[in-house]
Design a protein. Structure first.
Length: 274
């Protein structure tokens, strides 16, 4: 589990609270902090949850990774610390309800694709229903297959599925979310353009697609590194979102306010050989 964080001590503690409630699958947590001041994991709240995780047998690895050289480089550093067959890229402002990690792990194992994602839901939009944005929804029927999804090309319109609380509303409509915690085996894969905040990768597939090593080729204030990495993995191995999500965005202001360009606009879909 790879968690980059910067100047978000409250959000980080809340994210750790979600991790502490996960059961059904063992995991290790790597947190890398780039805060301008004290590290977020040194606050009493975060330290308590780190101690609780460790007491239950979960290894937690802490880093201060400075100077800041962009979110793509930060993710590349975190990926270099991973050793498991599956790696969860989890943002520092996402709370996971109990069961999400087990559900993602089951889905990745059963689908055999490059990644599965629990798109983050904004609960301030609980009553903001957007049927037109849910229109591109398409469940996977049969095996998840590789797809080439380019910006503004076929399939790109699926990005609206992850706005607001659209994923929650879709899960409700399909009878996958009734308000109670779903059983571990309850999930449905669907087609995505990309997903933010909570994505479980097959680590070999991510590394084969170049990981985040492209950070050297883009400006430090670029964004869209998660989109490009998922596009590359999807093209070779396929990827899916799953419903219900159970991942909730804390809806805090972004920690990357200046964004000069998107990696998707700067680099080709396929990473160079070697």
């Amino acid at each position: 589990m790879l968690v980059p964080t910067c100047d978000r001590p409250v959000e980080l503690a809340t994210t750790l609270a979600g991790l502490a409630a996960q059961t059904g699958v063992s995991f290790r947590v790597v947190i890398s902090d780039q805060s301008a001041g004290p590290a977020g994991f040194d606050t009493p709240s975060a330290a308590t949850l780190i101690a609780a995780l460790r007491r239950r047998g979960t290894a937690v690895e802490l880093h201060r990774h400075l100077p800041r050289r962009g979110i793509a480089e930060h993710r590349a550093f975190l990926l270099s610390r991973a050793s498991a067959g599956a790696v969860l890229l989890l943002d520092d402002d996402v709370w996971l309800e109990p069961g999400v990690l087990d559900r993602l792990h089951r889905a990745l194992s059963e689908l055999g694709c490059g990644f599965v994602a629990a798109s983050v839901q904004g609960l301030s939009h609980l009553h903001d229903r957007r049927p037109h944005e849910c229109a591109p929804f398409e469940a996977w029927d049969g095996p998840v297959r590789p797809e080439t999804v380019l910006k503004d090309g076929p399939g790109w319109a699926r990005w609206t599925l992850h706005n607001a609380a659209n994923g929650l509303h879709l899960a409700e409509r399909l009878g996958l979310d009734t308000g109670a915690l779903p059983p571990p085996g309850t999930w449905l894969p669907y087609k995505v353009a990309w997903a933010a905040g909570c994505v479980l990768f097959d680590r070999a597939a991510l590394l084969e697609s170049g990981g985040f090593d492209f950070w050297r080729e883009i400006p430090a204030d670029s964004h869209g590194e998660d989109v490009l990495s998922q596009q590359r993995v999807m093209a070779a191995h396929g990827g899916a979102g799953i419903l219900p999500s159970g991942a909730y965005h804390q809806q805090s202001p972004t920690s990357i306010p200046v964004r000069s360009a998107s990696a998707v606009d700067l680099l080709p879909l396929r990473s160079p050989p070697g």
